[in-house]
Design a protein around this ligand. Structure first.
Ligand code: NAD
Ligand code: DAU
Length: 355
């Protein structure tokens, strides 16, 4: 069956992997990448697919209800995979309004545009999908006691970022419960891999190790995250978009918990080795700094429902994934330099006018 799908946030880290997977795997689909190109959006992430006939890029703000509605009508969109968001916790602490605007109001604008368009069709919601990508951070923090977040864990967000994501999740579910919209929500753990903006722990630290800059570890480095290779997340999104049940929530995670300080040591050892430096020589770059405000102690996802019902499983061991990731950033120094210097923003600013 042919489909016309909008993927929001497709120029970002996870979105670009999802766009690439869908464009290559489903040549019969039309994939429309709707992205505002904020500081985190970078079309260089997609240079290998931008010429494909089933791919189209539209620069648009998800808060632009009229624009999204018009695009949906024009392209006869029957599926939305919604990843566009402000995604960095530290930024949300400094600028919560931007997070409420994009993550909450933007999601609401998308929902309402989809409702208006799909309501106008004779078949209404039949064959339609509104798939919202969320985070495990909405569940709050776990203690160091082996417990896991399940789909039934109550929402207890702590940061402005996770509060805004939690609010958007509630709106998505409300559109199902109130209007019958065919929605799905997934909550995923920390992703890592190529094309992640180097403000996040793993790419920031790889870049800093390479340039022998300090590695700012928050607090004592004892916080725990559950890490998943980004292509495994993209595969999960593909599986759930096509075979997931409407109105369901699925948790996505790697059963792969690591303390920050242990990851930092692994990054130092791997980067040193790949650069031909004595392994671990750069551990003296580790610098303990003031903790993040409201820093969640531990996240860990129970993704057995997804494994049991839809047969998805993570494919990579963490050490293997980290080696691939470090290698990618070392081989793509130009990408990193462009992103850290802001060069790509200037380039695309001239190429695409805002709609
Ligand atoms: P990212 O910051 O790398 O990319 C976000 C993208 O959204 C960018 O391309 C940006 O230009 C676009 N965008 C931002 N505001 C927009 C707006 N108003 N209109 C249109 N486009 C806009 O984010 P990411 O890390 O790839 O995360 C993608 C999604 O996955 C987010 O919804 C995030 O909450 C969720 N998520 C991320 C992780 C993770 O570890 N990174 C884990 C679980 C869930
Ligand atoms: O759990 C899913 C979430 O994972 C996503 O929803 C978010 O979009 C994504 O950014 C990520 O959030 P985190 O806050 O966990 O990721 P970050 O890479 O910012 O930080 C990972 C851990 O490392 C966290 O405990 C804070 C710590 N850290 C981070 C940075 C940037 C440091 O110690 N030093 C740093 O410089």
């Amino acid at each position: 069956m042919s489909r016309n799908i909008i993927i929001t946030g497709g120029a970002g880290f996870i979105g670009s992997h999802v766009v690439r997977l869908f464009v290559n795997k489903y040549p019969e689909y039309k994939i429309i990448n709707l992205d505002k190109l904020t500081y985190a959006g970078n079309l260089a992430n997609l240079c290998d697919v931008e010429q494909k006939p089933n791919y189209k890029f539209v620069r648009m703000d998800i808060c632009d209800y009229e624009g999204v509605l018009h695009l949906m009508q024009e392209e006869q969109v029957d599926g939305i995979i919604h990843l566009a968001a402000e995604s960095h916790v530290d930024r949300s602490i400094k600028d919560p309004f931007t997070f409420a605007r994009t993550n909450v109001m933007g999601t609401l604008a998308l929902l309402q545009a989809a409702k208006t368009y799909w309501d106008s069709l004779p078949e209404k919601y039949e064959g339609k999908r509104f798939y919202h990508i969320s985070t495990d951070e909405v569940y709050g923090a776990l203690q160091m006691d082996g417990t896991l977040f399940t789909e039934d864990t109550k929402y207890q967000p702590h940061s402005p970022y996770s509060a805004a994501k939690a609010s958007s999740d509630h709106f998505v579910r409300a559109y199902h419960d109130t209007y019958g919209m065919p929605t799905i929500v997934t909550n995923c753990s920390n992703n890592y891999g190529p094309y992640q903006f180097p403000e996040k722990l793993i790419p920031l630290f790889i870049n800093n190790i390479r340039h022998r800059r300090p590695l700012p570890v928050y607090g004592k480095g004892q916080n725990v995250r559950d890490w998943l290779y980004v292509e495994d997340h993209a595969r999960a999104i593909d599986t759930i978009f096509h075979r997931g049940n409407v109105a369901e929530t699925y948790n996505i995670g790697g059963f792969n918990e690591w303390k920050n300080i242990d990851i930092v040591r692994l990054l130092v050892a791997t980067t040193d080795r790949l650069l031909g430096r004595p392994e671990g020589a750069d551990e003296d770059l580790i610098t303990y700094v003031t903790d993040r405000a409201g820093h969640d102690l531990r996240y860990a996802i129970d993704s057995r429902k997804l494994q049991r019902e839809l047969g998805w499983e993570p494919s990579l061991q963490f050490e293997e994934g980290i080696e691939k990731t470090v290698r990618w950033y070392l081989d793509n120094q130009e990408w990193l330099d462009n992103v850290t210097s802001g060069e790509y923003e200037k380039y695309y600013e001239n190429m695409y006018s805002k709609r």
